[in-house]
Design a protein around this ligand. Structure first.
Ligand SMILES: [Mg+2]
Length: 370
């Protein structure tokens, strides 16, 4: 006979908030003026877990109509079982994409509930490999003018103490290379020689173009060239990786273990990016990082920094965490207990149960869309 659940799931609530950015933002292949945050609360036993993802508001509806029934009555202490059940349940909806984001939000809420029930910080429940996680400043949108760009870079270096900064290039799908390179050169002169300069083209270049740009980036001392070509073009990533000195990185759109395994097997990256709010949550994060470890690769945690910090701290092959401006602003505004960067790193608070955050419903209410 099956034992009764120690922490039975009693209810699931999902909401979505569309939050305007400070100014219009763009990278090489997308522009936007707002960010949608999907917040999930799972009531389990006497506790409530809080999870989230950054994805379309449709996720909130999908969570309440599909996933809530899958986890109802399950034991929130046995998160991998709930995760597997959710994955099975969405077979016909298509696991990558919105369903994957929805699963990630619920899965992270379940882990938060479990950790709170144990009275443990998430990273303590996982077990830490690192007490702190180095972050790099990420933003540098192509819409910024030189003054905005310099102010952001200076804040990262002078206030946050980061050892690396990342700006967007590949503007207008690779049609503004001269401006891309001028912006990189300006970033380099702003941060000086002791801070690493990273770039992210978001798949904006063609392969040969990325190789030519990469040669210029090598001259500017750029050490990280993210998505020089589409992350779906593993052969293109390999060819850029062979010919450019900077580390080639991709993986932020990984929703499934085979995606990461294929990218690594192709030899397409020097460091694998994994997003805990897309890949399926913490359960999937650790599996993806194990696949990377088997290929002797580091991982870099992609955004959603207050969830990523706990995962990254518990992962031996973490290289760093992307401290993305849009998510930093949302998380420090709408989540009480959000982490702050000091000396270029974050240290998850082990005195606070779960991820240590509470969502400020009243403050976010005006932005609610679902
Ligand atoms: Mg990126």
């Amino acid at each position: 006979m099956q034992a009764a659940p120690a922490l039975p799931v009693r209810g699931t609530d999902a909401r979505a908030y569309r939050i305007p950015t400070e100014v219009p933002e763009a990278d090489g292949t997308l522009s936007w003026t707002d960010t949608t945050l999907v917040v999930v609360r799972v009531d389990a036993g006497e506790t409530t877990g809080l999870g989230y993802t950054y994805a379309d508001a449709a996720c909130a509806d999908f969570i309440e109509r599909v996933l809530a029934a899958v986890i109802a009555g399950r034991d929130a202490l046995d998160v991998p079982a709930a995760w597997a059940a959710m994955r099975s349940a969405v077979r016909n909806q298509g696991r990558p994409g919105l369903a994957g984001c929805a699963i990630s939000a619920v899965e992270t809420a379940l882990w938060d509930a479990a950790a709170r029930a144990h009275g443990s910080a998430l990273c303590r429940l996982f077990g830490r490999a690192h007490q702190s996680v180095p972050v790099y400043g990420s933003g540098g949108f192509t819409t910024y003018d030189p003054r905005q760009s310099e102010a952001q870079l200076r804040r990262w270096v002078e206030e946050l103490g980061v050892g690396a900064v990342k700006i967007k290039i590949g503007e207008d799908r690779g049609t503004a290379v001269r401006r891309d390179l001028e912006r990189v050169a300006r970033a380099r002169s702003t941060v000086g020689e002791d801070v690493a300069v990273f770039v992210d083209a978001n798949g904006g270049y063609g392969t040969k173009q990325a190789v030519r740009v990469g040669a210029e980036l090598d001259g500017l001392g750029v050490s990280w060239f993210e998505e020089p070509v589409s992350s779906d073009d593993l052969d293109g990533l390999c060819r850029v990786r062979d010919r450019v000195g900077a580390d080639v990185a991709a993986g932020e759109y990984g929703y499934d273990l085979p995606y990461f395994a294929d990218m690594l097997a192709a030899g397409a990256v020097d460091c694998l990016q994994v997003d805990v709010t897309r890949c399926g949550g913490f359960s999937a994060w650790f599996r993806a990082c194990a696949v990377a470890a088997a290929a002797n690769m580091d991982v870099s945690a992609h955004c959603a920094q207050n969830l990523s910090a706990h995962a990254a701290a518990a992962t031996p092959n973490t290289r760093h965490l992307e401290w993305f401006r849009d998510h930093e602003r949302i998380e420090e505004t709408f989540f009480a207990g959000a982490l702050r960067v000091t000396d270029g790193a974050v240290r998850p608070d082990i005195s606070a149960p779960g991820h240590g955050m509470e969502f400020k419903d009243a403050d976010a209410a005006e932005f609610r869309v679902a």
